[in-house]
Design a protein around this ligand. Structure first.
Ligand code: C2O
Ligand code: CU
Ligand code: CU
Length: 510
């Protein structure tokens, strides 16, 4: 089934309304529900799961210093809409439909962080071993930035997210609001997702790896998944009518496995002003913007010279990708609206100050291998430092100390590595001889350490760790102690088994 492109207008998610709000506190209730929604003019409605019955969920808008209390409620049916592999993580002994919401990129206490084993079922009837509270608390004491919320339940995150459990969350602060960046209708979140469909409109997701042998459990987890269509804010290949002026886009890659290399068909510049954790020091002009799963970019596009033109946001799939691959296209911009008043927005040359963590005393350097192996069925089993989720906790940074984490990727592909609780800084990447490593296990560098790309020189919570390279990040573990996780954000990897716990411990604890 071939769907025509640029048929539906780009939806803008609703802003989430609090039940109560005072100056320092707000209270929200969100219901996860099953519903159907039209994702394309020519596609029958799709059965989905979504926060407040929407896909993507409503966008939170909070101010720095406002504590947001959110009751995430599971009102989902007992059956999953997708085939669930219960052969992993002991899932056969647990309820199938389990959820727990994580606010990605937030600095939050462990009880509110959406620990994968803090899941709950409908009406909190059953709860996971680490469940402690129904109402989550987000202090929002961090920089203004775009976060996103998504499901994080153990061993089933890829399916819960694919079913639709995603949404955007924007933190504002005074400094940024005083800056005259494009705002209001000129500031637009763009949530990028890829999905495949059956002709009846239902979501398509494989039940087996492509080269499945009959020995495999059925259904069986797949090691990666790329959807056949690209959705922005829940519509397949949408278009947006705009004015000839500057716009600000908050781009979030909410896809399971897919990386985007975004560019415009006319090579129009993309001005990146912010990364995962907020504004960069200065704007960076790009012709192509790479976003791994879970990465965000705050970008400005100046359409003022493009009156009457149509622009296409494209996705460079790299050499070797078939030119007819439909996922080269993302969306269309039509610069056909009358300009409503003068564009008074400004992009300052100096956006923010970011103090380098390099000057901090480093308490530990952890070398962590990203490595492939096989499970008892011969399926790929990807691991962090050769350990499974259930192995004892090995990463225990002390509160308020700074550490360097080095991701040594000995697999054949890039893994986007995410840490909860912290925003870190990227130090560098150094290439090593992977063939030699595979031969005899030795680490031989083949070149000098390369500094991060200009647009990676801000606060990050997810970073590409490419194959055959040592990617180094530096983080200060504060302000909370307790149980968190770090993982590859390719959701098919996170579920099996590229996720590990880490625990921030007190200064005098072992
Ligand atoms: Cu989007 Cu554990 O994260
Ligand atoms: Cu996260
Ligand atoms: Cu991975």
């Amino acid at each position: 089934m071939k769907l025509r492109k640029f048929i539906d207008p780009l939806p803008i998610m609703e802003t989430k309304k609090p039940e109560k709000r005072s100056r320092r506190n707000s209270y929200y209730e969100v219901e996860m529900k099953e519903f159907t929604q039209k994702l394309h003019r020519d596609l029958p409605p799709t059965r989905l799961w979504g926060y407040d019955g929407q896909f993507p969920g409503p966008t939170f808008e909070v101010t720095q210093g406002e504590t947001a209390h959110v009751k995430w409620m599971n009102q989902l049916p007992e059956r999953h809409i997708l085939p669930v592999d219960t052969s992993i993580h002991n899932l056969a002994s647990q309820p199938i439909v389990r959820t727990v919401t994580h606010l990605h990129g937030s600095v939050t206490k462990p009880e509110s962080d959406g620990y994968p084993e803090a899941w709950f079922t409908k009406d909190f009837k059953q709860t996971g071993p680490l469940f402690t509270r129904k109402v989550y608390e987000y202090p929002n004491n961090q920089r203004a930035t775009a976060l996103w919320y998504h499901d994080h339940a153990m061993g089933i995150t890829r399916l819960n997210v694919y079913a639709g459990l995603v949404g955007a969350y924007i933190i504002r602060d005074k400094k940024e609001s005083n800056m005259d960046l494009p705002s209001g209708e000129y500031e637009i979140p763009l949530l990028l997702l890829d999905r495949s469909f059956h002709s009846n409109g239902s979501l398509k997701y494989p039940t087996q790896p492509e080269d499945a042998s009959s020995e495999l459990p059925n259904p069986s987890i797949v090691p990666a998944y790329l959807g056949e269509t690209i959705l922005v804010n829940g519509k397949i290949w949408p278009y947006k009518e705009i004015e000839p002026r500057k716009y600000r886009f908050r781009v979030i890659n909410a896809s399971n496995t897919r990386t985007y290399q975004l560019y415009f068909d006319n090579n129009h510049p993309i001005l990146q002003i912010g990364s995962d954790g907020g504004l960069l020091r200065k704007p960076i002009e790009l012709r192509s913007l790479t976003l791994e799963p879970a990465e965000r970019a705050d970008i400005i596009i100046d359409f003022s010279q493009l009156k009457g033109k149509n622009l296409h946001l494209k996705n460079d799939l790299g050499d070797g990708a078939a030119p007819e691959d439909e996922t080269h296209d993302v969306m269309q911009f039509r610069v056909n609206k009358r300009q409503n008043g003068k564009d008074t927005s400004k992009i300052p040359n100096s956006l923010s100050t970011i103090k380098s963590l390099k000057g901090n005393q480093v308490k530990a350097i952890r070398k962590l291998k990203l490595i492939g192996s096989e499970d008892e069925f011969g399926r790929p089993l990807l691991l962090l430092d050769n350990k499974k989720w259930h192995d004892p906790i090995t990463e225990k940074p002390r509160l308020n100390t700074t550490e360097i984490w080095e991701f040594m990727n000995v697999t054949n592909f890039t893994h986007p590595i995410h840490l909860h609780l912290v925003q870190y800084q990227v130090l560098d990447r150094q290439p090593f001889d992977l063939a030699k490593y595979n031969e005899d296990g030795s680490m031989v560098y083949t070149g000098p350490a390369i500094p991060p790309l200009p647009n990676e020189r801000g606060w990050k919570d997810t970073i590409a760790a490419p194959s055959g390279q040592l990617t180094r990040v530096i983080a200060k573990f504060s302000p909370y102690t307790g149980d968190y996780v770090w993982h590859c954000h390719i959701l098919e990897h996170e579920d099996y088994d590229m996720m590990r716990p880490f625990k921030v411990i007190k200064a005098d604890e072992d």
